[in-house]
Design a protein around this ligand. Structure first.
Ligand SMILES: Nc1ncnc2c1ncn2[C@@H]1O[C@H](COP(=O)(O)OP(=O)(O)O)[C@@H](O)[C@H]1O
Ligand SMILES: [Mg+2]
Length: 375
């Protein structure tokens, strides 16, 4: 775990980091994002002691890094920057292996690790091991930079705008590869960018900085849904969440407190409820609001005698969904199963909401109307 405790940093009289306190958990990818000059690089450089705080402490696994040996500390921390920092006179192989060599790892093992890392970042070792940096494209250089940072198996990897100079397609590829790499290797990654799209795509948590202060530190989902202030909502773009349907949950769009009946509701009452609410099915619950069935309007139509009870005609086999499901999943589910009515239940099978094809249409179309209106 990395912990900043009341960290400030001043260059002469100019305080650029202002009383920063936050934590990064092991195995987490945290993205520091904010406009140019807000203090991202300075924050990152304090973690590997390329610069030191004016006051406050930084702890790694509860140890104050000011008291740790700088060289040993840096060996445990991979570092990737925009201009990869590869040594031009060394081959790709030697560049990746440099820390492993310093650590005295034997040649066979080094080569094994290097080839493995190259494959992970999408570079064929056969073709590239003995090339020099000047013989590689920008994207390939950054891939090697990433391979080098992860090769010595550090606990922490710091990345300062590593993909900013790349074309959008290469950049998107490297972002996906980094996410894959991180999922496999479970490093603690601190990644700096000024690009909110990049942050949303790769971060477990995003730390938004402005003027040397944290303005919000949360998951991409929560930042998109509840931007802490005007600055952030402008920064993330008001409608951006609608561009990422994975972030819209059933609980955000379901009808809450849906009408329901019990097994002892009479069919005539049930027919009235259906008509009054303009729905064609009704959830049936027990005394504790647990979902036990659905009564369909179509089945009700077939009953000439309306004095019977719901319990006699309700269906007890039916699809349900959970509040955490996302918009894409629920749309797929509804299309595949040809549903127009899906009750939403919690872990204890309690009825908490309802998704109908009509309310989905309303939710989706409203977004288009709003967006049009804003233009
Ligand atoms: N070595 C330095 N000497 C003086 N001022 C610096 C130095 N490094 C950074 N700064 C200043 O600190 C502020 C934050 O810089 P930096 O951390 O590089 O921002 P970012 O990475 O977010 O663009 C800027 O105003 C910058 O000019
Ligand atoms: Mg910077």
């Amino acid at each position: 775990m990395i912990r900043f405790e009341n960290v400030t940093k001043a260059f002469k009289q100019n305080e650029v980091i202002k009383n920063l306190s936050f934590e990064i958990q092991d195995g987490e990818m945290v993205v520091l994002v904010g406009p140019s000059g807000c203090g991202k690089t300075t924050t990152l450089k304090m973690i590997n002691k390329l610069t030191s705080p004016t006051s406050g402490r930084i702890l790694i696994d509860d140890q104050d890094i000011a008291k740790l040996d700088t060289v040993k500390l840096r060996r445990r921390i991979g570092y990737v920057i925009q201009k990869t920092g590869l040594f031009p006179h060394m081959t790709v192989k030697d560049n990746i292996e440099i820390i492993l060599q310093i650590e005295g790892i034997d040649a066979a093992k080094r080569e094994h690790i290097t080839s493995e890392m190259m494959r992970i970042v999408g570079m064929d070792p056969e073709a590239y091991l003995y090339r020099y940096p000047s013989q590689l494209s920008g994207g390939q250089l950054q891939r090697i930079g990433v391979a080098r940072a992860f090769a010595s198996d550090p606990k922490i990897v710091l990345m300062d705008e590593p993909f900013s100079a790349l074309d959008p397609i290469t950049r998107a590829q490297l972002q996906s590869e980094l996410v894959g790499l991180q999922t496999r290797l479970k490093k603690t990654v601190v990644f700096v960018t000024h690009d909110m799209d990049e942050a949303i795509k790769i971060a477990d948590r995003i730390c938004i900085l402005d003027g040397g202060r944290i303005v919000q530190y949360d998951t991409p989902e929560n930042i998109l849904k509840n931007p802490a202030n005007e600055y952030i909502s402008d920064f993330v773009g008001r409608k951006r969440i609608w561009n990422i349907p994975e972030l819209i949950r059933v609980r955000d769009i379901m009808l809450i407190n849906p009408v329901s009946c019990t097994r002892n509701t009479t069919l005539s009452e049930c027919a009235e409820l259906l008509g009054a609410n303009e729905i064609n099915a009704l959830p049936v619950t027990d005394g504790e609001n647990r979902l036990i069935g659905i009564v369909y309007g179509a089945d009700l139509q077939k009953q000439s005698d309306r004095t019977g009870l719901v319990g006699e005609i309700m269906k007890t086999e039916f699809p349900t969904t959970a509040p955490e499901k996302n918009l894409l999943e629920i749309l797929g589910f509804i299309r595949e199963r040809q549903l127009d009515f899906v009750p939403v239940v919690d872990e204890e099978n309690r009825l908490i909401g309802l998704i109908t094809s009509k309310n989905l249409m309303t939710v989706l179309s409203q977004q288009f109307v709003d967006t049009e209106g804003e233009r």
